[in-house]
Ligand binder design. Structure first.
Ligand code: SAM
Length: 188
């Protein structure tokens, strides 16, 4: 019980992701939670309808969502700040490519992707406005998955950027107010 409470607290107010993954394998309970399984399945269904060959997943953690993404695409690149998380992700989703870096610091050298997945990550990124601007330059489609009110808040960063528009929002009421939204420059 004490360990569970510590885990919940530490995974919300994270200071050091490497330490978090060393202390608590699967810190967000992505392995066992039905809620997370439904969320991943929904994301997989949505991306089936988005024209894409290449996907960048930011903050792939231990590869739980990555496994669903590699079902849909042969070209998934994951960028993750924790080495420990990548080690586990490689076992779970071996078909993806992994880069160990923070999104803000990594230089993509004008590389582009068709689709960026930013799922349950933007909360943790410093300078969110710059991070969203960087994503917007790199892809035609950005899929976000956030908890309710956060999605509304994060929308403001996107709204300052044209031509990207919110084209699709999926409210997962049965999924405890999780929201999946798709920002795109093209019609789907
Ligand atoms: C809550 S997990 C998200 C896992 C998965 N994407 C999902 O939807 O369930 C957040 C992940 O973001 C990673 N992360 C945090 N800050 C990051 C940064 N600046 N650059 C890349 N990854 C980061 C953390 O290490 C962690 O694995």
């Amino acid at each position: 019980m004490i360990r569970k409470t510590r885990q919940a607290f530490r995974s919300f107010f994270v200071k050091d992701f490497e330490r978090l993954f060393l202390d608590f394998p699967d810190p967000w309970n992505l392995d066992k939670s039905n809620f997370q399984k439904k969320r991943f399945t929904k994301i997989e269904k949505i991306i089936k309808n988005i024209p894409h060959k290449t996907i960048l997943e930011i903050g792939s953690a231990e590869g739980h969502l990555t496994k669903y993404l590699t079902n849909r695409s042969d070209n998934v690149t994951c960028l993750e700040i924790s080495k420990q998380a990548i080690k586990r992700a490689k076992l779970r989703a071996p078909r993806a490519k992994y880069i160990n870096s923070s999104f803000q610091n990594y230089n993509f050298n004008s590389q582009k992707f068709d689709l960026i997945i930013c799922s349950e990550v933007l909360y943790y990124l410093k300078n969110k406005k710059e991070a969203v601007a960087k994503m917007e330059k790199m892809a035609d489609f950005i899929l976000m998955s956030n908890f309710g009110l956060w999605d509304v808040l994060f929308s403001f960063y996107f709204k300052q950027m044209s031509p990207i528009k919110k084209t699709f929002v999926f409210h997962l009421l049965e999924l405890k107010f999780g929201i999946i939204s798709l920002w795109s420059k093209k019609h789907v």
